[in-house]
Design a protein around this ligand. Sequence first.
Ligand code: SF4
Length: 376
Amino acid sequence: METKKWTTEEILSIYNKPLLELVHEAAVVHRKFHDPNKVQISSLISIKTGGCPEDCGYCPQAARYHTEVKMHELLPVHQVKAQALRAKQHGISRVCLGAAWRNVKDGEEFDQVLEMVRTVTKLDMEVCCTLGMLTENQAKRLEEAGLYAYNHNIDSSEDYYKEVISTRGFEDRLETIGNVRKTSITVCSGGIIGMGESVEDRCDMLRILANMYPQPESVPINALVAVEGTPMEDQKPVSIFEMVRMVATTRIVIAATQVRLSAGRTSMSAEGQTLCFLAGANSIFAGDKLLTTPNPDINEDKLLFKELGIVPQAPFEKHPKRNVIEKENANVHAKGENPKWTRPGHKIERNESHRYKGSLKEAASSLKWVDFESKR
Ligand code: SF4
């Protein structure tokens, strides 16, 4: 049975309710679909960091923005396994493997990721991947490896997306999510607030997610972490009340999903996070780093959970574990795919100027070097 089709206006009228009424309504919905004293904990492992060819305006991993991010190539499987085991010892049920890629390409690196998925799934942990755009065949190969979830955020409304990214199209994002939906892998898709978008954009993003059929099984709500060197470095942080409104509205319109507090949690007080849990957040990222931006320490989370009487959700509590099909028994094989996907290519002024700023910085440092050399 299809779920209700939401309009942006309906979602706006929820978002703009008096805050306490909104939180109460969300808490009621939350209790119908979830145990309010359970929160799912994920840990993010950046399996390939930096050097990304895309121009996402919020992202320090985009090669063009000259940030302090330390690049590294794809991690070996044994290192990912060791990190996953450490996470498991802390009660973490899901490991999210993130690679700074535009899209998945068949070949050795993707084979290595498939092996990571098999290895971590066999540790009895849920595995999520966020690897960029993905074809149907690649999604099927991940499914065979045992992948539990695939993350592909839509980031913002379709309109505002054009102000954030110019190197890939919004429709490609939807197509990737559609490719994941052709498998039994669950979908994780959400967005970021605080990038300069309007409240209408936030609600329109939620409309797109809420009207997906089926709705995403998890929805990360990120508050922008403005990183120096990115086009959004001067963006003002969102208030905790905006975050609470966003979480509560998501809970009401996508009732069965896991609403995840993602980037931006370091700047929230314990009381602010508690308000988010009351408003329907039931998942967090733990560990001191979220890909490349800071995140609260796991011990702080444990203390807060103890204070609130919250217990971690066990792995596979919401959806069953996938079978792991070993490489040699696979039914779906690599096709050598590296599709081009679209490149809208419109100019985003603040992204362009940051690219330029970065080049100027580099030019200045090389000039200094020339100067020094000439004095010798
Ligand atoms: S968000 Fe992902 S795709 Fe965009 S620049 Fe960063 S790593 Fe690349």
